[in-house]
Ligand binder design. Structure first.
Ligand code: PHE
Length: 459
């Protein structure tokens, strides 16, 4: 056994704190905004099934691997990978994995913050009664008008970024841990309330069958890639967010159990969101494939119709913003932790610099919905024919960088780390360990490879 390392950034006060923080990272726009719209664009049921399958056989084992590496290294992902490579007598460039994660986190946050800004603006729109009695058409045109204004998108993006920087600057345990404790369960309860509303639309069964009856004729290699990419995105895997949170995890916590709890909670939230959105879609004759605006075109109809809709709607968007917030924080934590460790910067400076860079990058996404809506930088490739800057950023990060990061994490944890080290750190039953090892050695890396090769057209 190696000597116990400790993190210079502190430690979670207990197992529950880690679960809440990691769930806070996992549950976010990915579950409520992204999952319904990509499920809608890719035909529903079969896509959902592939996504669930990816969570179970790729997501959970890689999440365990990430937490394990983090806890063993007890530093930012870059330094954790460097330290573990040295300790396991592997080549030093494994730290590149950490760098790639930092880059992915930065790129994701740049568009994440813009969308979180939409949610923030909808807090005020809902509270102001804008959707009272509005029709589906009315709600859609309010959305179209909103995103057509670069100034307002930029303003909300700015507010969200500043708020994120403030929280990150204050450090892991201050505030964040406490806030997440109440907000996550409240979001969950509100989703259940909305499911009850969805039942009253009379289209609940249509929604359910869209989500859960698979029609494999709608599945293309790209759809499989998107489902797999989303499994990584929604669980915050493949870029070091979960690794850095794992580095603050007390030694005696069971990694297997906590990972399963986190993945389960995350999946449940996504499915509930789908069960709310699709009945509304069908009840109002909307398009399931409406794209990134889907929740903003559907939920306000519900809030406009139901009793206490203003209250429930406002609360819902507030909670969505907080869920996005707790994810955003984890997107830059790996970079901040590295700047603190290697550049001796204090957290405040580190957060400000990263925040400014991310904010600038976010302008590309802001413009994708208005001035640059017709700017398709990679239109020469068929698959990117209709992709805006935002679409490209999303594709590159969620569908390429995260699965690639996850693949390397699986290879390192499964093949290159000595069994003695991984066994000591995971500390599960021998049956649990061998199941994990099998999944992380064979199933996860091979599945990721096959999906990649399938898209390139090798299979
Ligand atoms: N999991 C977050 C969500 O679903 C997004 C995220 C991705 C956060 C990667 C951290 C790392 O919204």
């Amino acid at each position: 056994m190696t000597e116990q390392r400790t993190s210079i950034h502190g430690q979670w006060s207990n197992r529950m704190a880690f679960i809440l923080a990691a769930t806070g990272s996992a549950v976010g726009l990915g579950n409520i905004w992204k999952f319904p719209y990509i499920a809608g664009e890719n035909g529903g049921g079969a896509f959902v099934l592939i996504y669930l399958f990816c969570i179970a056989i790729i997501g959970i084992p890689i999440m365990m691997a990430e937490v394990m590496l983090g806890r063993r290294g007890r530093q930012s992902p870059i330094n954790t990978m460097a330290t573990l490579a040295l300790e396991e007598k592997r080549p030093a460039p494994w730290s590149i994995l950490g760098w790639m994660g930092v880059l992915a986190g930065f790129l994701i946050l740049s568009y994440y913050s813009v969308i979180a800004g939409w949610a923030l603006s909808y807090v005020f729109r809902t509270a102001g009664g804008m959707f009272e009695g509005a029709t589906a058409d009315g709600v859609s045109s309010i959305f179209a008008q909103f995103v057509s204004s670069p100034e307002s998108l930029l303003a909300w993006h700015t507010i969200f970024m500043v708020a994120t920087m403030i929280i990150v600057a204050r450090g892991v345990q201050h505030g964040l841990e406490k806030a997440v404790r109440y907000l996550m369960p409240s979001l969950f309860i509100l989703l259940i309330v909305l499911v009850f509303y969805a039942i009253t639309t009379g289209y609940f069964n249509d929604g359910l069958s869209f989500l859960f009856s698979p029609d494999f004729s709608k599945i293309t290699p790209d759809a499989i890639l998107i489902a797999m990419g989303h499994a990584f995105f929604t669980l915050s895997l493949g870029m070091g967010a979960i690794m850095v949170y794992g580095s603050y995890l007390p030694k005696d916590t069971s990694i297997a159990k906590t990972s399963i709890v986190i993945a389960g909670a995350d999946t449940l939230v996504a499915l509930l969101a789908g069960m709310v959105i699709f009945p509304i879609v069908f009840a109002n004759g909307l398009e399931p494939g409406a794209g990134p605006g889907l929740i903003f075109k559907t939920l306000p109809i519900a809030f406009g119709q139901m009793d206490a809709g203003i209250l429930i709607g406002t609360l819902f968007f507030i909670l969505l913003v907080f869920a996005a917030w707790s994810s955003a924080i984890s997107l830059i934590e790996p970079a901040v932790a590295w700047l603190v460790e290697n550049k001796g910067m204090n957290r405040i400076y580190a957060s400000v610099w990263i925040g400014i860079a991310t904010w600038i990058m976010g302008i590309g996404t802001v413009l994708s919905f208005n001035l640059w809506a017709d700017f398709k930088p990679l239109s020469m490739f068929k698959i990117f024919e209709n992709s805006t800057v935002f679409d490209l950023l999303d594709f590159l990060t969620a569908n390429i960088m995260l699965p690639l990061g996850g693949l390397f994490i699986a290879v390192f944890a499964g093949w290159l780390m000595r069994e003695r080290s991984s066994q000591d750190e995971l500390n599960t039953s021998s049956k649990g360990y061998s199941t994990w090892q099998f999944l992380v050695r064979y199933i996860a890396p091979i599945a990721v490879m096959i999906v990649f090769l399938n898209v390139i057209g090798v299979f």
